[in-house]
Design a protein around this ligand. Structure first.
Ligand code: SF4
Length: 352
């Protein structure tokens, strides 16, 4: 429990750390430094005002050595390469944690207009900052994946995308990219992350292309929270998510499907745990992650939402981890993806 308490605390207060692997903006949680925390991958907010300090491989709180190992992840070698047409590999895919290659294949989203945008998201900010390119081609992704495996020993890949207008919501392009990567690096474990497609057959297409895990991210099972925080995505009813999760479990298998649940959007903790249990029963891993204030998002810049209460984060993490272990579902059993990586959640510290 002490390790979980500290891990939650650090996730919320951040730490002072010189982390060569970090990222700003982009899809999902960011503004973090990547470290190995007691041997587990961890994406921690870098905060110069935090009472926690990582130094000489150890974690200190107000100067006291906590007896925990914190080792920053080294800058990967593939970041120094460029494609034949002059694009830095670092703009095509990033290292997450120590062993995960991550990319956003299409860095724009139909829901990024101010009235529709998810209030925690900054997907187009890294594009505006010139840190990435709008669309990664299958050839570029295959080239970067091959180099990251060969030079830096990455073991899995996460591919997400902004949502596009078609009934596949961008999934067919993701499938094309997966196919190209697997042709270059056969058997490389890849997770794809998509919105529920209107045409469910695309889920099988993703598997046939070579993806082995899938994330269909709802962030909250509470319709009031969804309407307030994700007005665009909330137009997709929860029942469409349920249909997509069921089809994904049928195709990819139990515990190869996951969804984010974000703590700190004003949800009722008991309802969130109940929602997580419904997901677990379906064979879907609820990846519980604390909301992280992030510049460039509406939640931070307009709503001024702060970090969630650490007691609530710890309680939900603990209860969901307990339900997961009782169901024999572990993130490390997923072929690839966020649950397999675990860096943005405290569930692995809690045993799941
Ligand atoms: S949990 Fe997902 S978003 Fe977080 S570092 Fe790992 S792969 Fe990246």
């Amino acid at each position: 429990m002490a390790a979980l308490t500290t891990r939650v605390d650090v996730a919320i207060l951040g730490m002072r750390v010189d982390a060569p692997v970090s990222r700003q903006a982009g899809a999902g949680p960011s503004d973090d430094g990547h470290v190995m925390f007691n041997g587990q991958q961890a994406a921690i907010p870098v905060n110069p005002d935090s009472p926690y300090l990582a130094k000489n491989g150890r974690l200190f709180l107000d100067g006291a050595d906590l007896g925990m190992d914190v080792v920053p992840v080294n800058r990967p070698k593939f970041y120094d390469l460029t494609t034949a047409d002059g694009v830095s590999y670092e703009k095509i895919a990033k290292l997450h944690g120590a062993k995960v290659l991550a990319t956003t294949v299409v860095q724009t989203c139909i829901r990024y207009g101010e009235s529709e945008r998810c209030r925690f998201c900054a997907i187009e900010e890294s594009l505006n900052a010139g840190a990435t390119t709008a669309v990664k081609t299958p050839e570029q992704l295959a080239e970067v994946a091959e180099a990251a495996v060969r030079l830096d020993g990455v073991t899995q890949m996460v591919m997400t995308t902004g949502t596009s207008r078609g009934p596949d919501r961008g999934a067919r392009y993701v499938a094309k990219c997966v196919r190209a990567i697997r042709a270059a690096v056969p058997e490389f474990p890849i997770q794809v992350q998509i919105e529920p497609p209107a045409d469910l057959s695309v889920i099988k297409d993703l598997y046939d292309a070579g993806a082995r895990s899938i994330g269909i991210h709802v962030e909250s099972m509470d319709d009031r929270v969804r309407a307030r925080w994700m007005p665009g995505k909330a137009s997709v009813p929860l029942d469409e998510y349920r249909s997509a999760w069921r089809e994904a479990v049928r195709v990819f298998g139990r515990n190869q499907v996951s969804t984010y649940l974000l703590v700190g959007m004003g949800e009722d903790p008991d309802e969130m745990v109940a929602g997580a249990k419904e997901l677990i029963e379906m064979g879907v891993y609820p990846f519980v992650v604390p909301f992280r204030p992030l510049k460039g998002t509406l939640a931070t810049d307009v709503d001024k939402v702060g970090s969630p209460d650490r007691v609530v984060v710890q309680r939900i993490t603990y209860e969901v981890a307990k339900a997961l272990t009782e169901a024999n579902m572990f993130g490390s059993d997923q072929a690839a993806g966020c649950a397999a990586c675990g860096a943005c959640s405290m569930l692995q510290t809690a045993g799941a």
